[in-house]
Ligand binder design. Structure first.
Ligand code: HEC
Ligand code: HEC
Ligand code: HEC
Ligand code: HEC
Ligand code: HEC
Ligand code: HEC
Ligand code: HEC
Length: 305
């Protein structure tokens, strides 16, 4: 065997050795313990130029129990913070800080990032609107719960409600604050009941994402939306398998019934709003008349005897 043949092998061993040495140092630095000696101390903060103050205390128990705690170290997502003191934060506001930090998700969750980029929220984010959610609005990176859990499902409408219940934010985008109408309809009522009385069971009723999707949410007028008139029945049929052609119209959607929106429901409500007090008043009147009659009879009888 000529010595030339050994060259690649020797080179390979050398490269592997060099790589081991190169990775051994950060691997030690990556130890969560190093970070947590400082980051478990209560009251430590990061102050941004906007004067927003962010707590930098991390709960190691919650992190350890989360989907990420079992698989990742702190330095996987914060490679720059291995250096202490840390490099200066460039973001001016908390929103900007979170948006930049959420860039790290792409390295492992490419599908979610792609789907989100095509959504109404992702598009608004690219256009520079600050009112839309980023990955970390819906998934706390230090406490990422499994999305199949009852807690995640039962609390999701409230999470969407942080913006979709706010008339001021919604008005800027020409949208109605639909959260309250959801809470008042049967799906919302059932979901609230599960949240309050059976927090360990996921609600079977539709939550926002069953109708709108999670990452790929689109405007209701977009033909690709699950709630576009052409697709909405198929969306209902995911759960109401035998729903007839007009089923979707039975739901009052996010409308507060009125003479324009959901008029039938409105007239029925109006009818009852009139019928119930009138009936009660009428019964009351009957009782009073009856009593009066009885009293007069008594007096007459007393007079005769
Ligand atoms: C000697 C104490 C100390 C150690 C060790 C330390 N940090 Fe920090 N860290 C701080 C302080 C103090 C802040 C508050 C903001 C500032 O002054 O930079 C901070 C801020 C941060 C921030 C928020 C600001 C930013 O840069 O995005 C992150 C993220 C962070 N640390 C991650 C880590 C990670 C990951 C480790 C371990 C690899 C670590 N830190 C180790 C003290 C420490
Ligand atoms: C899956 C990636 C990921 C891991 C793992 C991770 N972080 Fe973070 N961290 C982030 C993101 C994203 C943000 C910014 C968004 C936010 O505030 O939620 C952040 C923010 C922070 C901040 C700034 C304060 C804050 O909450 O906004 C500190 C401090 C921090 N991380 C420390 C740590 C420490 C210590 C660990 C390990 C115990 C750790 N991180 C593990 C992704 C991660
Ligand atoms: C408006 C809330 C919201 C935002 C923003 C969001 N998610 Fe999600 N995410 C969900 C919901 C809800 C699910 C549950 C599955 C579903 O309905 O799509 C989920 C599921 C996941 C899962 C589990 C696997 C899967 O794909 O179903 C991962 C991973 C994930 N999201 C990562 C991300 C990342 C990364 C981003 C940022 C690009 C992000 N999410 C933005 C709500 C959100
Ligand atoms: C270095 C890779 C990595 C990065 C970066 C990362 N994740 Fe994860 N993520 C994982 C792994 C691994 C799991 C656990 C997967 C499993 O066990 O099914 C996970 C799980 C999750 C889950 C739970 C999914 C489920 O099955 O319910 C969510 C939600 C999630 N990640 C969101 C995020 C968000 C948001 C970011 C950005 C802040 C992020 N991840 C960054 C690797 C990563
Ligand atoms: C049972 C299915 C269903 C559920 C559950 C549902 N939606 Fe909708 N959503 C629809 C349909 C259908 C439309 C289109 C018709 C309409 O605008 O009423 C719509 C429209 C919307 C719009 C557009 C409103 C506008 O002003 O144009 C927003 C925003 C919205 N939904 C958010 C939510 C949020 C947030 C939740 C949870 C709190 C939710 N939806 C729950 C089916 C649903
Ligand atoms: C941080 C605030 C915020 C959160 C949280 C949020 N959204 Fe939005 N959402 C917005 C804003 C702002 C828009 C308007 C974007 C635009 O039109 O460019 C929007 C648009 C929408 C639309 C499109 C409405 C239409 O027909 O044009 C739907 C549907 C929607 N969101 C559903 C949801 C659902 C479901 C959730 C929870 C999984 C959610 N959103 C969480 C802020 C938020
Ligand atoms: C995730 C599954 C799911 C989806 C998707 C869903 N529903 Fe429902 N829906 C339920 C469950 C479970 C109930 C019974 C419990 C309750 O009243 O909340 C229900 C109840 C109803 C009711 C009350 C009458 C009855 O049959 O009990 C109507 C009407 C209704 N849904 C309409 C719709 C419409 C219209 C859509 C599509 C826009 C839709 N649902 C999508 C699960 C779903």
């Amino acid at each position: 065997m000529s010595s030339v043949r050994w060259v690649p092998i020797v080179l390979g061993v050398l490269i592997a050795g060099a790589a081991l040495v190169a990775f051994a140092v950060p691997a030690a630095a990556q130890d969560n313990e190093t970070c947590l000696t400082c980051h478990t101390a209560p009251g430590m903060v990061l102050t941004l130029p906007s004067t927003e103050v962010v707590s930098v205390t991390v709960d190691p128990q919650r992190f350890g129990a989360s989907a990420h705690g079992q698989a990742l170290t702190c330095a996987t997502c914060h490679p720059k913070n291995v250096d202490v003191p840390h490099p200066k934060v460039t973001a001016k506001t908390l929103k900007e800080y979170q948006r930049i930090a959420a860039g790290v998700c792409a390295s492992c969750h490419g599908d979610a990032v792609d789907a989100f980029a095509g959504s109404v929220h992702g598009r608004a984010q690219r256009m520079g609107f600050a009112d839309v959610p980023t990955c970390v609005t819906c998934h706390n990176p230090h406490d990422a719960s499994r999305v199949k859990t009852a807690t995640f499902r039962n609390n999701l409408p409230q999470l969407c409600g942080t913006c979709h219940a706010d008339p001021v934010i919604m008005q800027k985008y020409g949208l109605r604050p639909v959260y309250q109408t959801y809470i008042n309809e049967f799906h919302g009522i059932t979901t609230t009941l599960y949240k309050l009385t059976k927090p360990r069971d996921p609600t079977p009723a539709a939550i926002c994402t069953d109708c709108h999707g999670g990452h790929d949410i689109r405007a209701a007028s977009d033909p690709a939306s699950r709630v576009h008139p052409a697709n909405v029945l198929a969306t209902c049929r995911n759960c109401h398998a035998d729903a007839g052609r007009f089923f979707a119209t039975a739901w009052t959607e996010h409308k507060t019934p009125g003479p324009q929106a959901a008029p039938l429901v409105w007239y029925v409500q109006l009818f009852y709003a009139f019928l119930i007090p009138t009936t009660v008043a009428f019964l009351g009147l009957l009782t009073v008349l009856d009593l009066g009659r009885w009293a007069t009879d008594q007096i007459r009888r007393a007079g005769k005897s």
